[in-house]
Design a protein around this ligand. Structure first.
Ligand code: ADP
Ligand code: MG
Length: 431
């Protein structure tokens, strides 16, 4: 399968060749033709599979079609509003999509792309909204702000794209999405990308899409072929830190994203690693946009070797040299595990995803394994083997009959009989 068979405009085929792509990924070859034919689509496909181009290329095709034969001049006096609207959950992802639109649109004459995201001043955004615009990429909250002040014109939208729709709903954007969609013409084409179409994402799809074609390239149960997964059991925080330090100094370590459960942990751990001499920064939703942009830039330019991040900050991190993803704090939801490990093994490179779990994390490990229907192979590092026996995440069925364990606070796994924790309980990072 080559890009030529997809029916792309020559300007786009050239840009794709400039990017060095020789053939479309599976999601691209399956989504682009129906998208070009005007169909509504609901697409799920694993992270790193090339979804961005699968909607940006059809979107740019619409822009090119509107340019006509190039003889018509745009009427600059009339406010025109964009033809294409892409909604993304985070600022980083919006920036990523914008970059893709500019890259793939490099041979589209006079292409105008703007981003409307939170955490940055309004001035430049207002200016972008006033001028002629082809593609608008926005996070829902800030776009709503501009709509309420009458600055965002959505009456000419021909194509609405929801990227990572599941994430947007998780972040509470259901109302803004409905509000935004209602401001666009009913005749629009709509494409929705989501890891899952279960539950409320499926209901949103029913409301926004017309006779959508469903494209399901790979489910979350499919192994990430390019990502090796490993699980290290840690006795306590000190042991966990020793494991982390070892992994971060391995020779194969090019760049790593270390995930923590909370913003506080991210800052705390980044400080600790910086004290040890690592080139490291933290990235989480509590940081101002300027800092987040700088940090991602530092990662891309390799000035930073380690990024300590929370889940919210993780989407939109697309840096192919990330060799390691390390789960220092487990995610709150099993599906976030899949998104985290998708930060490595990108663009066909090999990646390693290491999970450092303490005993109290056993239940989450179990939930992740259940969600992906894969076991994460347990591993040890010579000299840093856990002293305790490996916890049994499936302890429920192995409980000795007739013995009462009493209530289980916090939903944590049972302490195995005969073992005691240290006086202060399992030690932990500030959470
Ligand atoms: P997703 O949105 O599915 O997580 P992206 O669209 O961010 O994935 O693409 C992941 C990476 O793959 C990006 O670095 C992108 O440049 C690269 N990529 C996309 N399409 C192709 C292709 N056809 N050939 C080679 N690399 C590609
Ligand atoms: Mg994507």
């Amino acid at each position: 399968m080559s890009f030529d068979t997809l029916g792309l405009h020559a300007a786009l085929s050239r840009a794709v060749a400039d990017a060095g792509y020789t053939e479309p990924t599976e999601v691209q070859s399956r989504a682009i033709p129906p998208a070009l034919a005007g169909r509504d689509l609901m697409v799920s496909s694993s992270t790193g599979s090339g979804k961005t181009a699968s909607f940006v290329l059809p979107a740019l095709t619409k822009v090119l079609a509107a340019r006509g034969d190039g003889t018509q001049r745009r009427d600059r006096s009339a406010p025109q509003g964009p033809r294409i609207l892409v909604l993304t959950p985070t600022r980083e992802l919006a920036m990523q999509v914008a970059k893709a639109a500019v890259d793939y649109g490099r041979h589209v004459p006079g292409l105008r792309v703007a981003t409307i995201v939170g955490g940055v001043p309004y001035g430049a955004q207002l200016k972008a909204l006033r001028g002629p615009l082809d593609v608008l990429i926005a996070t829902p909250g800030r776009l709503i702000d501009h709509m309420e002040s009458g600055r965002a014109m959505l009456a000419n939208i021909e194509m609405l794209i929801l990227d990572e729709a599941d994430r947007m709903l998780d972040m509470g954007f259901i109302e803004p999405i409905h509000h935004i969609a209602a401001a666009t013409p009913k005749t629009r084409q709509t494409m929705m990308f989501s890891a899952t179409f279960a539950g409320h994402v499926g209901r949103l799809a029913e409301e926004l899409l017309r006779e959508p074609q469903r494209i399901d390239v790979s489910s979350h149960t499919e192994a990430h072929a390019d990502i090796e997964q490993r699980l290290h059991w840690a006795d306590d925080l000190e042991h966990k830190n020793a494991l982390l330090d070892h992994i971060l100094t391995e020779r194969s370590m090019e760049q790593a994203v270390v995930f923590t459960s909370t913003q506080r942990d991210a800052d705390w751990l980044a400080d600790r690693l910086a004290d040890m001499g690592h080139h490291v920064a933290s990235l989480h939703g509590g940081h101002p946009q300027g800092r987040r942009t700088r940090v991602l830039q530092g990662l891309r330019s390799k000035q930073l070797k380690i990024l300590v991040a929370t889940d919210v900050a993780s989407r939109g991190i697309d840096v192919p040299s990330i060799s390691h993803v390390i789960n220092y704090g487990l995610p709150m939801k099993a599906e976030d595990y899949v998104h985290r490990i998708g930060r490595t093994g990108r663009a066909g490179r090999a990646g390693l995803a290491v999970t450092l779990a303490e005993r109290r994390d056993a239940q989450m490990v179990h939930r992740i394994q259940h969600f992906t229907t894969q076991r994460i192979p347990a591993a040890t590092i010579a000299g840093l083997e856990p002293k305790r026996v490996e916890p049994k995440p499936f302890a429920r069925t192995e409980r000795p009959a007739g013995k009462s364990f009493g209530p289980r606070p916090n939903g944590r796994p049972f302490k195995p009989a005969g073992k005691t924790f240290s006086k202060n309980g399992p030690s932990r990072a500030p959470r």
